[in-house]
Design a protein around this ligand. Sequence first.
Ligand code: HEM
Length: 457
Amino acid sequence: MAARPSFHPPRPSLLPSIAALARTIWRGDGDLLSLLPAEAYRMAIGELGYSRRSIKLVNDPAFVRQILEDQGETFPKSDLMVGALEALIGDSIFVSDGAKWRRQRAMIDPAFSLMRLHLAYASMTAAVDAQEARLDALADRAEAFSLDLAMSHLTADIICRTVFSVSLQSDVAREVFEDFALFERHVAQVKVWRLIVDPAWTKVGQEPAVLAACGRIRRRLGDLIDTHLVPGAPFNDIASAVIGARDAETGQGFSREELIDQLGVFFLAGHETTASALTWAFYLLAMRPDVLARVRAEIDDAVGDGPITFEQAKKLPFIRAVFKETLRLYPPITFMPRVALKPAMLGRRRLRRGALVMIAPWTLHRHRRYWRDPDSFDPDRFAPGREGEIVPGSYIPFGHGPHTCVGAGFAAVESALILARLARRFDFLIKEPEAVSPAARLTTRPRRQIMAHARRL
Ligand code: HEM
């Protein structure tokens, strides 16, 4: 049988730097993906020009490791990112560094242990049941729906159920979800001209509407935490694990304010990321019926129509390969910005104090030097036994070093379950597939919503 021609899913066209800048300014939506010039996919390290403050894009895997393995003394999280998120999540694990971060990480890690994931799995399954019912209703009415929104809704439901034991149907959870969406819409709009003219450590103020949304989210998270602080409260979820965590030296737990910070992070880092990955995965499967057929054959062999257990969801090697290849082509965290706190050397290159150091899974994962046919969708790159072919350090969807994603195992099992459950029941017929293109928001998202119809098999 003749091999199918390779499939190159959408990406911004590769332009020289000045044309890429013009494109971003013309579009005016602050999308940093369209700002990347063709050169960004070939260079090891280079200036992402035009800025008063030096902005370095770092693609060399050895330098990437040096930066991400730093303990926050030279390359902490960037001031821009910390400034954008602090009204929502304070000085919590996602943005802190040094001793403060080490204490938080040690207290949070156990909430994502294998045993905890096992417990969370039942709640994930309940959320997928609810999503299946919604898709059934849409299929009955032949009604188009937004794939992105459906995935955000599903992954937010999973976070609500696994962290707080409430479903997204509850008023409080729904309000948190809506305010998060507002926050993300505003905060994701990078003001390109400010990147160009502002010196390092310029304070970026938030609009009053965003601050108000953050205040509301924090109040509601506080209410949810209070239900767990009642003596004898009957919860066994991620919130109760974090509430029960103690500092190994002082024996102290998190204060109520710190709990709001930390549990807010799970909302922020834990639902839009997975929703982004799933949106792209279902889009890619819809575009490649031959890959979808292999996904279905694997589910059929491994589980048939029955329930999918935790152990089964963890195996499914082809579904895993599809998930990994999706994360390569559309890494949910497009950029991981750090700032040079002091002058530093990367090999023979000198970085000045205040330089913004951009590590971009997006360019690393599509780099001309590290990947064969980098823009093609080919899950077999991640087939068991072939992962040794990947250049070490060129694939970092969950980050690298001490700040590596806490929720990577959670996201992998949740995504395998969702892909398996929905792919075996539905075809997603994408409307206007040729109009789909990616943009960097808080996560890597379709520039415009992907509308689809669900058709039952
Ligand atoms: C496909 C889904 C996900 C992707 C691709 C992803 C990606 C990442 C990346 C790249 C980082 C490192 C950021 C940096 O170093 O600047 C990170 C950190 C983090 N992620 Fe995830 N994430 C995902 C899902 C989740 C989930 C489900 C949770 C929790 C429920 C979570 C919680 C966190 C936390 C708390 C951190 C901060 C860790 C630290 O700084 O110590 N993530 N994630």
